[in-house]
Design a protein around this ligand. Structure first.
Ligand SMILES: [Zn+2]
Length: 344
C-alpha cells in the first residue's frame, strides 16, 4: 500500500473560500458573521475529482492522510474564538470528504491555535476529531503568530499539556506552520522551510523526548534544512555534549518526502535512516507545475522513490507503508474501518 502522509484540502469550492473572507471581514463586528457555507456534495466532488483524486489515480498512490489547507489555518487572524470557529468548520469539511471518499482519504486535524493562548486550549478539538471523527493525527503550528515567532519553543513546558493529550490519544503531530504575515518571508518558499528547520533545532537542544518517550513528530517538506545540513547538526550536538542525533531524536522525529527533485530525495535517503522517512507529496500544494527537466510534476514524489538506487526494496516498503503505520498508531485500524485496500 502507498500511503501519502501529507495532503491538504486545497481544492475547496469557491463558497468555502468566500465564507472565510466574510468571516474575517466580520471579525470586528460579530453581528455580521456569515452563516455557515452551504456546499453540496457535488460541489465538493467537482473540485476534488480533477485534482487530488486524479493525481492519486495517475500516480498509483492508495490513500492520503488529509488535513485542511495549511496556509489558510491563519492562527494569527482574529482571536481564539474565531480560530476555534474556523478550525471546526475546516475539520468538519475534512470529515465530510473522508465520508465521501473513504477509500482515498484519512483525516488529520487543524488545531484552533491562537498567539499567546496556551495550547491546552486545543485539546477539546483534538479529542473531538480523534474520538468522534476518526482522525489519526494533527497539524501543530510552532509559530501561531505567522512569522514573528512569539511563542515559546516547542520544547517549552507551555506545550506539555497538549503533548500529554497527544500521547494519551496515540496521535502524532506534523509540525506545520500556516501562512505568514511577515513580509520578509514567502509562505511556502521560506516560512514553511524555516518552520521545519526551527522545530528540528528546538528538538535537538532539548530533553523533550526524555519527558515524552512516546511523543512523535513528522517534520514535513523533507525536514527543512536538516538532512542537507546533517553534519552541521551532528557537530552542534557534539559540541553541546548532546547524545548522537540517532539516539537523541530518531525515535521520535520523522521526515516526509515532500522534496521535489531526485537529487534532494537522494541526499535525504543517504543521510536519514529509512526507518525515519514517510512517503508524502503534499499534492496539490506549494508547487503545482511540471518540471521541464523531467516532464513530470515536481510534486510527483513517488517517481523519486521508485527511481532511487540508494534505497532497497525493503527500504521503499518502509517509506511507502510501514513507517506510516508505526508513526500513526491509529492508522491501521482506520484503514480497516474505511475498508481501504492497496490498488496494486
Ligand atoms: Zn503541508
Amino acid at each position: 500500500m502507498i500511503i501519502d502522509c501529507h495532503g491538504h484540502y486545497t481544492s475547496e469550492p469557491p463558497a468555502f473560500i468566500e465564507f472565510r473572507k466574510q468571516q474575517i471581514a466580520a471579525f470586528s463586528d460579530s453581528s455580521k458573521a456569515p452563516a455557515p457555507p452551504q456546499i453540496s456534495d457535488d460541489q465538493i466532488r467537482e473540485k476534488l475529482e480533477p485534482a487530488q483524486l486524479k493525481f492519486q489515480r495517475e500516480r498509483g498512490t492508495d490513500v492520503t492522510i488529509f488535513s485542511p489547507r495549511a496556509s489558510a489555518m491563519g492562527h494569527h487572524v482574529g482571536d481564539a474564538k474565531l480560530s476555534a470557529a474556523w478550525t471546526r468548520i475546516c475539520n468538519d469539511m475534512i470529515h465530510r470528504i473522508v465520508n465521501l471518499y473513504p477509500k482515498n482519504f484519512i483525516g488529520v486535524c487543524q488545531l484552533p491555535q491562537t498567539p499567546g493562548v496556551p495550547p491546552e486550549n486545543c485539546i477539546p478539538e483534538l479529542e473531538r476529531c480523534v474520538k468522534e471523527l476518526g482522525f489519526v493525527g494533527c497539524n501543530l503550528n510552532p509559530d501561531p503568530s505567522g512569522g514573528y515567532w512569539k511563542e515559546p519553543p516547542l520544547t517549552d513546558k507551555w506545550w506539555y499539556p497538549f503533548y500529554e493529550k497527544m500521547v494519551e490519544l496515540e496521535v502524532p503531530a506534523m509540525v506545520h506552520v500556516t501562512g505568514t504575515c511577515n513580509p520578509a518571508f514567502h509562505t511556502t518558499g521560506s516560512h514553511y522551510i524555516n518552520g521545519d528547520t526551527t522545530a528540528f533545532m528546538q528538538f535537538l537542544t532539548s530533553d523533550l523526548f526524555k519527558d515524552f518517550p512516546a511523543l512523535k513528530f513528522i517534520i514535513p517538506h523533507g525536514g527543512g534544512a536538516a538532512p542537507y545540513h546533517w553534519g552541521r547538526y551532528r557537530g552542534i550536538a557534539q559540541d553541546m555534549k548532546r547524545p548522537p542525533l540517532q539516539e537523541l531524536l530518531l525515535r521520535n522525529v520523522y521526515f516526509d518526502t515532500c522534496v521535489y527533485h531526485q537529487p534532494g530525495i537522494d541526499c535525504m535517503t543517504k543521510v536519514i535512516p529509512s526507518d525515519n522517512i514517510l512517503f508524502a507529496s503534499e499534492m496539490v500544494g506549494a508547487v503545482k507545475g511540471i518540471d521541464p527537466e523531467t516532464g513530470h510534476y515536481f510534486d510527483d514524489t513517488r517517481r523519486y522513490i521508485d527511481a532511487s538506487t540508494i534505497l532497497s526494496a525493503a527500504d521503499k516498503k518502509k517509506i511507502f507503508e510501514s513507517n506510516a503505520l508505526k508513526v500513526y498508531p491509529r492508522l491501521a485500524k482506520q484503514i480497516q474501518k474505511q475498508d481501504i485496500a492497496a490498488s496494486a
